[in-house]
Design a protein around this ligand. Structure first.
Ligand SMILES: NC(=O)c1ccc[n+]([C@@H]2O[C@H](COP(=O)([O-])OP(=O)(O)OC[C@H]3O[C@@H](n4cnc5c(N)ncnc54)[C@H](O)[C@@H]3O)[C@@H](O)[C@H]2O)c1
Length: 331
């Protein structure tokens, strides 16, 4: 196999980002695309010069020319589409969250294992240069042992029509399932350990969604590190940010997504700042990893298990907030 022929299920915003990424992956070809919105599918097909265009993603799964499918659908459709893709013998790159529950993630992982196809989850944050640099510095001990991370993903979208994202039956929840899942994944990745317990308080404060639009969660990791997650749709425009503040035993680090990584020592008064451009090159690396994992017949760097762990954290946050209890997770 020299090339991986890719089909898309869903051709909305993130599908266009993947297509731009795939354009820079010489071993990939986009050969099919489906979207229930015929105009969206048609525009995507023309832009990407795609041979097969359909309104039902099952047509893409039935196409023998398709080796792998990228699932870019509303969250509640990830499970049915990923399982159908695996059963059709297609490798799967599923956008985050992998599923809307841990049980659904298990079913997706089992279907891909049974079909012996690769399953990768679109945790894009792992492919951003500033995040990779931060990981490298943390692993090299630049700030000593990590003690705590405060991670905030706050959007200024209080007045925005969120479409399917505002309908929990389609989105699997509110802003935690949509954006909090990025935080859950990157915290696991940076901390290098699993969450064992969660407490949380989340709610609705006026954004145009039936799900939660703001909340804070406290995570305990097996290695003793703790983290707080602040996830919001209701930030003032000047306050919107995606930023992790890391407290280390010998210093601190600020990781501002699309902006910079700053490091300071325990006694220092100044930050050392490394700046990063706001480009979209993470999709080149992410889609490249998916394609090369297929060609090299190996597991991708972000697995179904990673996707499931992130969903388990979000599910734990929902349980903790609803019950007012500290919820234990499998570490
Ligand atoms: N990794 C990231 O940084 C990132 C960023 C944005 C979105 N996402 C994820 O990507 C996925 C899609 O989000 P989006 O922003 O592209 O949404 P979107 O609304 O722009 O696109 C979703 C598309 O799915 C289509 N669709 C809905 N039901 C369908 C069906 N039954 N069959 C075929 N097509 C159907 C819609 O018509 C739409 O074009 C979500 O899982 C989201 O969380 C990830």
């Amino acid at each position: 196999m020299e090339f991986v022929n890719i089909g898309f299920a869903g051709t909305g915003g993130i599908a266009r980002s993947h297509a731009r990424g795939l354009a820079e992956v010489p071993q990939a070809r986009i050969v099919a695309a489906a979207d229930v919105n015929e105009a969206a599918a048609g525009e995507f097909a023309v832009a990407q010069d795609v041979a097969q265009v359909a309104t039902d993603y099952r047509a893409v799964l039935e196409n023998p020319a398709v080796d792998a499918v990228i699932i870019c659908l509303p969250h509640a459709l990830h499970g049915p589409a990923a399982i159908a893709a695996a059963q059709a013998g297609k490798h799967v790159l599923c956008e985050k969250p992998l599923g809307v529950s841990v049980a659904e993630c298990d079913a997706i992982i089992a279907a891909c294992a049974a079909a012996q196809v690769n399953l990768m989850v679109g945790h894009t944050h792992r492919f951003m240069l500033e995040h990779l640099r931060a990981l490298e510095l943390l692993r090299a001990g630049a700030i000593g042992d990590v003690l705590h991370i405060h991670d905030s993903v706050t959007g200024a979208t209080r007045h925005k029509d969120l479409g399917w994202r505002g309908v929990p039956a389609l989105a699997g929840g509110g802003v935690f399932m949509d954006n909090g899942v990025h935080s859950a994944d990157r915290l696991r990745w940076w901390i290098g350990s699993e969450v064992t317990a969660v407490t949380a308080n989340i709610g609705h404060y006026g954004a145009r969604t039936e799900g939660e639009d703001f909340g804070v969660a406290h995570l305990e990791f097996a290695n003793g590190v703790t983290a707080t997650m602040e996830i919001s749709l209701i930030a003032a425009p000047a306050m919107g940010r995606c930023r992790a503040e890391v407290t280390g035993a010998d210093g601190a680090m600020e990781i501002a997504t699309w902006r910079h990584v700053k490091v300071t020592g325990a006694e220092d008064q100044e930050w050392e700042t490394m700046t990063f451009p706001r480009d979209r090159s993470q999709f080149i690396r992410e889609d490249g990893e998916f394609v090369m994992s297929i060609l090299e017949q190996r597991a991708p760097s972000v697995t179904g298990e990673d996707g499931k762990r992130a969903v388990a954290i979000i599910q734990g946050i929902y349980q903790a907030s609803a019950s007012g209890e500290r919820v234990r997770l499998q570490g």
